[in-house]
Ligand binder design. Sequence first.
Ligand SMILES: *Cc1c(COP(=O)(O)O)cnc(C)c1O
Length: 390
Amino acid sequence: MNSQTIKETYDKYIIHTYNRYDVVYDQAEGATVWDTDGKEYIDLAAGIGVNCLGYGNSEWTGAVIKQLNKFQHTSNLFYHEPGAVLARKIVERSGLNKVFFCNSGAEANEVAFKIARKYGNTVADIHKNNIIYLNTSFHGRTITTVTATGSCGNQERFGPLTPGLIQIEANNIEQLKEAVAQYNPCALIMELVQGEGGVTALDQVFVDAAVTLCRNNDILFIDDEVQAGIGRTGRLFAYEYYGFLPDLVSFAKGIGAGLPIGGVLAGPKACDVMVPGDHGSTFGMNPVVCAGGAVVLDTLDEPFLAGVREKAYYLRSQLEAIDEIESTTGLGMMIGINLKTRDFQETAKDLIAAGAIVITAIDKIRLLPPLTITYEEIDKALEVFRKVLG
Ligand SMILES: *Cc1c(COP(=O)(O)O)cnc(C)c1O
C-alpha cells in the first residue's frame, strides 16, 4: 500500500477515535523515524513515552526474539522465568513489596482501585470505599478510569459513571482535607507529574500534605506513574523526587519499550490484600514482554538515569533560548512547552512537517523522547524547532 491508500483504508475501516498526524511510519532506528515516502524525522514522542529505548535497540530486540523463539505465552496458571526476573527487578528497584502485571495503564489503575476498594471494605477499621482524584488528572479510558479523569471533560457522555470517585482541585490542600473529612476515602490517586493534563509536576507541599493525610487516616496513596515512571523524569520513579513511598504505584508505557504491559506495585499495606480469584488477566505478564522489560530496567541504571537528566537539562535550556518559547514545564524528559504567540496545535503540525515528531497536552507542545536519544539527534530536532519558530 502507498501512504494515500493506507490513510484511506484507515478512514474506511477504523472507528474514528483519533485525529492522526500526517505521517505513515515505515521504519525507525534510534530516535529517527522514516515514513513511507522516505522522509526522515527525529522522534520526540516515542509513541506516547513508550519507546524508551528508541527503535532497534539490539539488547532489547535480542531478548524479545530469544523468548519468542522459546515460547510466546502461557496462562497465569503456570510459571515462567521472565516473569520472575522482571518482578524481582522492579520490586527491588521500587522499594515496594510486590507487583501485579497486566497489559496497559488503564488496566493497572483498575487493579489499584480494586485493591484500594477491597482494602477499604475489608481491611481498614471502618468500611470505606470512596477514592479522591484531581481535576487535572488522566488515568485512562475504561469507565472507572475515565470517571477518575478530570482532564478530559467529557465523562458524562459515558454515564452512568462509576460511583464513589470524588474530584478535588490539584494542589488545593484545603479541598483535599475537606474531602477526606467528608468522604472518608479508602484511597487517593494522583500523577505526581501530570501528563495528558498539561505536563506539570504537583507542588511538593501538596504531595506532602496528601502523604500525611494518608498516613493519619489509613488511606492508600495511589501514585499513577504510567507516564512519569520508568526513567521518564530522570529517576526510575517520580516519587523519588518527592521523597516518599506510595502504597500503590501503577506503571505501563516505558516498561514495555513498545510492547504492551502494565502493572501495579504494592507496599506493605496493600501487597497482600488480593487473594486467588480476586483479579486476573489473560494476556498479563506475557513472557516476551517481560524479557524485554528486564532489559529496560537493566539499561536504566544510575549512570544512565544521570545521563537522561543531563540530556533533559540540555534540551530544555536550548528550547528556552528560543524566543517564541515562553517556558518549559514537567520534569526530566517529560517536557511541556508554552509558546508565546503561536497556536500550539498548528505549531505541532508544522514541527512534524519539518521533521520533529511531537505531541500535545491540553494547551502545550509535549515532548517524551526516547531516553536513549543522542545529543546529535537532539541537535537535529532543535534545528527543526529553530527553523519553525524562528
Ligand atoms: C497513558 C496513561 C494512562 C493509560 O494508559 P493506557 O495504557 O493507555 O491504558 C493512565 N495514566 C497515565 C498517567 C497515562 O499517561
